[in-house]
Structures are given as structure tokens and as C-alpha cells.
Design a protein around this ligand. Structure first.
Ligand code: 2P0
Length: 330
């Protein structure tokens, strides 16, 4: 692959992230401003690598994802790159080639790592130099969770209140090496999920009787998670993360039509994690808009958690990861 030094071309890598206090719902769909703040961890083993090349002869942007042309996703990519083209004062089209080293669209945060890598590479290809905060604001407009993958370790996304979304960005809370938690992901289904996050959260906001309670309950959860991370208090982080995850799913389940992201193996894994923690293993679960269960482990607990989840019927695969860095040029 080309390096960032070639003119008009750059490659960046960004890790996937998942939230411990979740983003679910939008305050402004056009600017993609979330209705609630969120707190996430960025992973090092699941990442997207994206090359952006200026292509003055093209009439429209081109996107290749995992080796396949994705015409249907070009509009989203173009809208995000447009924000950077406008800053650079150019309208040159780009050729984007992106690769995930994990399944795309299966609830493993491919849009988060994807847009974070895209923004980092496109910025450089266009000869811009953004601050990390500006990068996070641009990435948010591609995908809300991507604002967090700009940074590594533990990250907080602020919903913000400004009408232009100027204070809706992520920032780092704690570096990965300061508290090296590990992650075990139980893959319980492969292939792209039925209802994406974007339509799922929109449906929850418009039809779930629990959506208002979800939004108003977020500030205390953010405060509890922030305090637990600051204190490296695993038990408190486990309590608030599981509570917040189940509240998000309660709001989604109560939407019309309902959003049931779990399968039987997801629920069996949830019980397995709860049993382990009751027996003294430092682990907790979280689940996003898909059927995969993510187990977050204190240092030293990963091997046992991996062994236990691998034995749950219906678990097709196990992925493991440490926490990683933010979006970087290659
Ligand atoms: C999260 N999720 O905080 C939550 C929990 C899914 C469940 O952020 O519409 O793909 O592109 O801003 O970023 C997924 O939402 O949504 C997500 P858009 P995105 O990780």
C-alpha cells in the first residue's frame, strides 16, 4: 500500500470501538448529533485500513470495501469527504479502498473504524491538518460512533448542545496502557444484521415508550462510568455498563415493530458471563445492535472467559482483543 508521504494519497488505520455507556438516538439527524453522550473502548485487534487517493479524472467518488465495489455506500462516504473537500477548497473526487479485518455490518462497529480511518486518510490526501477534535467532529457526521474511534483507550463522546454540532465530539478519558482491559467477543451469527443501528435508533426514538427514560437516565450512567474508569474500579464499571446495555435493549425491544437484536446464544452468553462474575471472575458483558456478545475482562481473566464462552452452544467464533490506539496514518 502507498504511504502517507505520496502526494494526494494516504492510508490510515482505525480500531473498532464499542460503548460501555451507549449511543442510541439522535438529537439532530442532519448533523448526526447524538441525543446522549457515550463512553467507549477502542480495540487494537479489530480494525479498518483505508486508502484514499485523489482521482481528478473521476466524475464521482469510488468505494471498494473488502475487495468489492460498493456503489450503494458511496453517498455516505462522499458526504463525509465533502466536509473535508470544502475545507481544502477543492472538489476533486477520491478513490477509497477499505478493508476490515473482521466481519462487516454484523454489530462489530465497522462504521466506527471505517469512518475514523476514512477521515484520517482523506484529510492527509487532501493536504489538510486537522486537530483531533476537528477530526472527531467530521467523523461523527459519517457515523456517530466513528467520532470515538479517532481516539484510543477509553473515550468519551459528548452529545453537545450547540446548534451547529460544534461541541459534539469525542475525547480521550484514559490511555489503553493505563488500564489494560481485554475483550472477548462471542460471535453468534455471521452476515449483515437485519436492522442497522441508524434505523434501529430512529425507530426506538419514534415509537418506544421507554426512549424518554433512556435519554434522561444517561447523565448518571456517564458520571458513574467516568468515575469507575478514573478509579480503575472494575466492579463499578461492570455494574453501570451492564445496566446501560440492558436499558438500551429494553428501549429497542419496546419499539414498534420491535428490535430484537439477540439470538438464543447471545442470551446464553449473557448468563455465562453473569455466572462467571458471581463466581469471582472479573468480567462483564455488553451487546450492541447485533447478536454478538462482548465480554470485557480485567487483566488476567481473558483465557478463562474465552474458554467458557467458546463452550456455549451457538457460539460460532471467538475474537479477542486488547485496547488500542486511535486512528493513525500508516
Ligand atoms: C454505541 N451503537 O454506542 C451504540 C450501541 C450501536 C449500539 O454507536 O447512525 O453506527 O452512523 O451515527 O455510529 C452504532 O451507531 O450510528 C452505535 P450512526 P452508529 O456503540
Amino acid at each position: 500500500m502507498a504511504t502517507s508521504k505520496s502526494e494526494g494519497r494516504a492510508t490510515a488505520r482505525a480500531g473498532a470501538n464499542f460503548a460501555l455507556v451507549k449511543y442510541w438516538g439522535k438529537a439532530d439527524a442532519r448533523l448526526n448529533v447524538p441525543a446522549v453522550g457515550s463512553i467507549s473502548i477502542t480495540l487494537d485487534a479489530l480494525f479498518t485500513e483505508t486508502e484514499v487517493e485523489l482521482a481528478p479524472k473521476l466524475a464521482a467518488d469510488e468505494l471498494t470495501l473488502d475487495g468489492k465495489r460498493r456503489v450503494e455506500d458511496v453517498a455516505k462516504i462522499s458526504a463525509c469527504v465533502d466536509l473535508l473537500r470544502r475545507r481544502a477548497g477543492v472538489d476533486t473526487r477520491v478513490r477509497v479502498s477499505s478493508r476490515n479485518n473482521f466481519p462487516t455490518g454484523a454489530g462489530l462497529a465497522s462504521s466506527a473504524s471505517g469512518f475514523a480511518a476514512l477521515v484520517r486518510a482523506a484529510e492527509s490526501a487532501l493536504g489538510l491538518a486537522l486537530s483531533a477534535r476537528e477530526r472527531s467532529i467530521v467523523a461523527r457526521q459519517g457515523s456517530g460512533s466513528a467520532a470515538r474511534s479517532v481516539f484510543g483507550g477509553f473515550v468519551e463522546m459528548h452529545a453537545g448542545t450547540a446548534a451547529d454540532g460544534g461541541d459534539s465530539f469525542a475525547e480521550p478519558l484514559l490511555e489503553a496502557k493505563e488500564w489494560p482491559l481485554e475483550v472477548v467477543i462471542a460471535v453468534t451469527a455471521k452476515g449483515e444484521k437485519e436492522t442497522g443501528s441508524r434505523s434501529g435508533m430512529t425507530r426506538s426514538a419514534s415509537s418506544s415508550p421507554y426512549y424518554g427514560a433512556w435519554v434522561s437516565g444517561q447523565p448518571p450512567d456517564l458520571e458513574a462510568a467516568r468515575a469507575a474508569i478514573r478509579a480503575h474500579d472494575f466492579g463499578s464499571l461492570a455494574d453501570v455498563a451492564e445496566h446501560n446495555c440492558l436499558k438500551m435493549h429494553a428501549a429497542a425491544l419496546a419499539a414498534r415493530p420491535p428490535l430484537v437484536y439477540w439470538n438464543g446464544a447471545t442470551v446464553d452468553c449473557l448468563h455465562a458471563v453473569r455466572r462467571m462474575r458471581a463466581a469471582g471472575v472479573p468480567v462483564f458483558f455488553t451487546i450492541d445492535a447485533g447478536p454478538q456478545l462482548k465480554a470485557v475482562c480485567a487483566p488476567g481473566a481473558r483465557a478463562e472467559v474465552e474458554r467458557t464462552l467458546r463452550a456455549v452452544p451457538g457460539v460460532l467464533d471467538i475474537l479477542t482483543s486488547a485496547l488500542g490506539a486511535g486512528a493513525e496514518l500508516r
